[in-house]
Design a protein around this ligand. Structure first.
Ligand code: ZN
Length: 247
């Protein structure tokens, strides 16, 4: 007898496959990340089409075959309509999707990641963001996801000598996993300076203090710093994950 599994999931990626099939990458409530094949789903007559689309929250049902999982039912729960109408918000949703697909590799239930994704999509859909503030939701996603995956950056002590950080010249090292003091920096060749303001924003992001983030006036240059450090850490970790998979 074939077992039918039911769960909720947010759809992060869809790739066309042969004939009228599509392969979906879905982050689910009960199984974590899954890849599920929608057979014949691009056909107009397909009953599943209306229930599954990129950035939908849907109730899905699937069966486990020998080589892959096949979608057997999909019911739309929430389509986040405001997100869909706003190109700037959509761009952030694509960035979040890319980060999730790269960094979360295993099929494993994680209720905290599930909650984080639901929170992010609700905020992205409902909140009005002032100019330049929209990027903050991506950073909020990214740094909190890293904490849940066990890559919380060191922001209070030097990641090398463990001394408590003082407001002096400080640096960020993706390889060492956090902020480095001016003394330890001497032994490292290429390293980026990080301002105390940027460290402060990172701390608030990781504390998940959304109300404070909303009120916070962040100068453009500190947002640029944050962007550089986030990209750097993202590249470093995604390379690490790819290499560890290959070994
Ligand atoms: Zn140090």
């Amino acid at each position: 007898m074939t077992i039918h599994y039911r769960t909720q999931g947010i759809i992060f990626e869809k790739i066309d496959r042969k004939e009228a099939d599509q392969l979906f990458t879905i982050y689910t409530k009960d199984f974590g990340r899954l890849e599920i094949l929608g057979k014949g789903i691009r056909k107009i007559k397909s009953k599943l089409r209306s229930g599954i689309e990129l950035f939908y929250l849907s109730e899905i049902e699937f069966i486990q075959g020998k080589n892959y999982k096949t979608l057997t039912d999909a019911i739309l729960i929430e389509k986040f309509p405001h997100l869909r109408k706003d190109l700037r918000k959509l761009r952030i949703a694509y960035k979040i999707s890319e980060g999730l697909v790269k960094l979360v590799r295993e099929q494993e239930e994680d209720k905290k990641i599930w909650q984080l994704l639901n929170e992010i999509f609700e905020k992205l859909d409902k909140e009005k963001f002032e100019n330049g503030k929209l990027e903050i939701i991506y950073y909020y996603f990214f740094w909190n996801l890293l904490c849940l995956l066990g890559y919380q950056p060191e922001l209070y002590h030097c990641a090398i000598c463990q001394k408590r950080l003082k407001p002096e010249k400080l640096f960020f090292s993706s390889k060492e996993g956090g902020v480095i003091c001016n003394f330890c920096k001497k032994n490292i060749k290429s390293i980026r300076e990080i301002s105390p303001e940027t460290i402060k924003v990172l701390r608030i992001l990781i504390e998940k203090n959304w109300r404070l983030l909303e009120k916070l006036k962040i100068e453009k240059k500190f947002l640029q710093f944050l962007n550089i450090i986030t990209n750097d850490y993202y590249l470093y970790l995604s390379n690490q994950l790819v290499n560890s998979k290959e070994i």
